[in-house]
Design a protein around this ligand. Structure first.
Ligand code: OOG
Ligand code: MG
Length: 262
């Protein structure tokens, strides 16, 4: 850690206010070039604490920047981890008000729901497969608080990895007999395919991203709880959206989900 507690609190407030007041900010490493990874996660934790203190509940966790397409798009090379609050949830087929967002983008993802908690360190693909109850298709809406989505890893971690909304499909798919690597993924915007991929785009197997997330949380004395939504990361580049757009996602053998921006 290089930042004192007062700076962590000040930066958490600064970033969270940009979310709540819907305006962008410059990346925080411009002003704090020496901040380290622990500082970045401490700011993210403080944002989570502030939301919980207002009565919001954590409903899940996410891994991000887990596909080469996303790493390339954002110019980084390491996965990042964040949390999902109750108010991020959008009903399947539901609406997202763009007036509450700065410059939203959508990503096709595979979401995991566990039947047993996963406690790192030492989680691997096998632990994730054994603990998984079912998987569902998910569209994550991201909305970096940073101007033009320009950030470095420490800035994006502090900003809870651009998290803002997500929708998941309602068909529970068990893992038995499925090869997640070869599942085809098609996301459409207004009826046109805009993102096409397969599960292997995420670290060669999306369960690897979940294992890394569990190991990350384990180092901090936390676990991935049973029943939570776990987003394993965008399979393709993120696609910008605006009011009026309808986005749908179909994943082979897993069904579909959709949402509309108003
Ligand atoms: C960071 C969040 C990335 C994903 O699935 O890769 C993410 C960003 O690109 O703004 O959620
Ligand atoms: Mg994502």
């Amino acid at each position: 850690m290089t930042l004192d507690q007062a700076s962590i609190i000040k930066l958490a407030e600064h970033i969270e206010n940009s979310e709540l007041e819907v305006h962008d900010i410059t990346k925080i490493t411009d002003d704090y070039p020496d901040m380290d990874w622990d500082d970045a996660y401490a700011i993210q934790d403080e944002i989570r604490r502030r939301k919980q203190a207002r009565g919001a509940r954590v409903v899940g966790f996410k891994a991000g920047l887990t596909s080469f397409a996303k790493m390339k798009q954002m110019g980084v090379e390491t996965p990042v981890f964040g949390f999902l609050m109750d108010y991020f949830t959008v009903a399947d087929g539901g609406e997202v008000a763009t007036s509450a967002l700065i410059h939203p983008k959508v990503e096709p993802e595979i979401a995991f729901v566990l039947k047993h908690p996963l406690q790192g360190p030492g989680c691997h693909i096998g632990s994730v497969l054994a603990a998984t109850d079912f998987i569902v298709p998910a569209i994550e809406v991201i909305d970096s608080r940073y101007r033009d989505f320009k950030f470095d890893l420490k800035s994006v971690i502090a900003d809870n990895c651009s998290s803002t909304r997500f929708v998941i499909g309602a068909s529970m798919t068990p893992l038995a007999g499925l090869d997640l690597r070869t599942l085809g993924v098609v996301m459409e915007k207004n009826g046109q395919p805009v993102a096409i991929g397969a599960g292997a785009a995420v670290l060669n197997h999306p369960a690897t991203a979940v294992a890394e997330l569990a190991n990350h949380l384990g180092k901090r004395g936390e676990c991935l709880p049973a029943g939570a939504v776990i987003l394993s990361g965008g399979i393709t580049e993120a696609v910008a959206v605006a009011a009026g757009d309808h986005v749908s996602l179909r994943i082979q053998s897993m069904g579909s989900t959709s949402l509309r921006f108003i």
